[in-house]
Write a protein that binds this ligand. Structure first.
Ligand code: 5GP
Ligand code: MN
Length: 328
């Protein structure tokens, strides 16, 4: 049975002793990242600290755009000179911090993360790849530092868990400890029902049409083992494309009999391509490692990368790489 390793006393002492903090998450923040930042922020505020949240963004997805003003986009020199402790959450490599990585150079940094691929960075680290979400790692901190979890904080902790576990779908056998942590959150007043609405509801009709288009465009390749779909720059004229279609798209394409890998290509300005990767529960393909070989990263079953090549070329290279992995 899995249990979370103890957090180094050195890390706990830093969090107890320092007065000012910057809490940073990854670029294009998702639910786990933002919830982790907010839960960390609340914990430090409860401990009487001065806290700044920072994120390089963008915050243009409709479900997170209202949060933009809570996050700094730059660390100014005045703040940096006060030598705050930097806490980085949900980031597997310094590049994932975006332009903020340069701005925190020289500051003591503690990283809390659950990615299995990536590069070790930061002065101190508490990395638990088996944790379903980074928020459940932050929950360990609340316990270790004996800070009370309010209903609002419990909702942040649950939300990150819900987004990264596909609302309980990606949890494996013998992971009762995860459900026990979540049960604690429900007992603190979190309604999974309300959380599900928050996670999946509120979409525009245009978004649903876009999702339909992406499904319509999907192709089954390599003997049905791979499904791909693409989004083009022109789509933004016709559809609302700022909301990530990925999650529902991946769920549908992965549900096709025999599919091991789903690739989603999004054409970006400047001849670059964003790639989303998923592999099925039964597949032995580690898409985190695959994404890493294209300059990205993530987990065994879910990963992403941005490739500095046009969409057609990126697609060709990736299909070749997947074909090789399927034959191995
Ligand atoms: P999503 O497809 O939901 O954006 O990302 C799936 C997983 O892959 C997340 O855990 C995310 O952190 C990771 N990921 C997505 N894009 C990138 C990327 O460009 N670089 C790295 N290192 N990880 C990524
Ligand atoms: Mn995460």
């Amino acid at each position: 049975m899995f249990s979370y390793p103890p957090i180094d006393e050195e890390i706990l002492a830093l969090l107890r002793d320092r007065e000012e903090f910057i809490v940073i998450g990854h670029i294009s923040p998702d639910g786990d990242c933002l919830s982790s930042q907010m839960a960390m922020n609340s914990m430090l505020l409860k401990m009487g600290k001065t806290v700044h949240m920072a994120n390089a963004g963008p915050f243009d997805r409709s479900e997170i755009s209202h949060l933009r003003s809570d996050f700094l986009n730059h660390i100014d020199d005045e703040l940096k000179q006060r030598d705050p402790l930097v806490v980085v959450v949900d980031c597997s490599s310094p590049e994932r911090i975006g332009h903020l990585a340069d701005e925190i150079g020289g500051l003591t940094t503690v990283v809390f993360d659950h990615h299995s691929s990536g590069e070790q960075f930061g002065t101190y680290r508490y990395i638990v790849p088996r944790s379903v979400s980074t928020t459940l790692i932050i929950m360990q901190l609340y316990k270790a530092l004996d800070v009370e979890i309010s209903q609002e904080i419990a909702e942040h902790l649950f939300f990150g868990f819900a987004t990264d576990s596909g609302f309980f779908r990606f949890i494996n056998a013998y992971r009762g400890e995860t459900l026990r942590l979540v049960a604690e959150l429900v007992d603190l007043g979190v309604s999974p029902n309300v959380m599900n609405d928050r996670m999946t509801g509120g979409k525009s009709f245009g978004y649903i049409k876009y999702l339909g288009k992406l499904i319509d465009r999907s192709e089954s390749l390599l003997d049905g083992k791979v499904m791909v779909s693409s989004s083009w720059l022109e789509d933004s004229k016709q559809y609302i494309t700022t909301d990530k279609p990925s999650d529902s798209l991946y769920t549908m394409l992965l549900s096709v009999q025999g599919v091991e890998v789903v690739l989603f290509f999004k054409e970006l300005e400047g001849g670059r391509t964003e790639v989303g990767f998923r592999s099925s529960h039964q597949s032995s393909i580690n898409v985190g490692a695959l994404a890493e070989s294209f300059g990205g990263g993530g987990h065994k079953k879910a990963a992403g990368a941005t490739v500095n090549k046009p969409i057609k070329e990126t697609r060709k290279l990736l299909l070749e790489a997947v074909e090789k992995m399927l034959k191995a």
